[in-house]
Design a protein around this ligand. Structure first.
Ligand SMILES: [Mg+2]
Length: 238
């Protein structure tokens, strides 16, 4: 067997996990959009976001999280207003300290590509592609991926087979020759294994109980740092 592609999860995998105060991040938005009712709006947006993650989890990814705009519409936000754009910018920049790419990433991605292995990102996210791309570009890794799939652009999300299949179709690699690297046993490892990919687990993230399960999922490999992907993949490619 030869590994021809390695697909990475983003949050908690390419970007080390941080425990963040989601309500506080939404307050950054709400204080600009509707200062008089900021607390209430932030709570509505936070609850709406959590409900979407739960729905995605409970439907095995068949129903994805959708996009931020849907969340804003549910909360009664006018997404065409200049105030909204200003508030959204504040919200996304509030995430900045938590989005830095793992220091191992550049060497790992260059090493994999040097071995002729294709690389991709598959991320469950409500954020727009342009924001994700700007974060990856800021950290000098955007050009090191052959394909990026953000579930804000697909009806389904991980662990649904369709999103893994989408990535591999675009990379033109058979699942049995592909590995997935992720921090979530259910979304990432179970999802990847369900279409025949190998799953490499990085077990450092504090996944909310409402978004995790103990289904007896066994990763094909467990690593302690991102850079160890290289040795695992090299070991599978002999
Ligand atoms: Mg993750």
């Amino acid at each position: 067997m030869t590994i021809q592609a390695v697909v990475f999860d983003w949050g908690g995998t390419l970007t080390p996990w941080h425990n963040v105060d989601l309500q506080e991040l939404w307050m950054g938005y709400a204080e600009i959009y509707d200062p008089a009712n900021a607390e209430h709006l932030a709570e509505t947006l936070n609850h709406g976001e959590q409900a979407r993650w739960s729905r995605q989890f409970e439907t095995n990814g068949e129903v994805g999280t959708g996009i931020l705009d849907e969340l804003f519409h549910e909360a009664g936000v006018d997404t065409s207003s200049p105030l909204h754009f200003e508030a959204l910018e504040r919200y996304l920049s509030g995430w900045d300290p938590h989005t830095y790419t793992d220091p191992d990433a550049v060497e790992l991605l260059e090493g994999l590509r040097g071995m002729g292995i294709k690389t991709a990102v598959l991320s469950n996210t409500m954020w727009p592609r342009r924001h994700h791309e700007s974060v990856l570009e800021r950290d000098g890794v955007l050009h090191l991926f052959d394909y990026l799939l953000f579930t804000s652009e697909t009806p389904a999300g991980k662990p649904h087979k369709s999103v893994f299949a989408d990535v591999l179709y675009n990379l033109d690699v058979d699942p049995k020759n592909a590995a997935f690297v992720g921090d979530r046993l259910f979304d990432d490892i179970h999802g990847a294994q369900s279409i025949g990919m190998k799953g490499i687990w990085i077990p450092h993230s504090n996944i909310p109980a409402s978004q995790s399960t103990d289904l007896g999922i066994t990763p094909d490999a467990t690593i302690q740092r991102l850079g160890e992907v290289m040795d695992v993949v090299a070991g599978w490619s002999v």
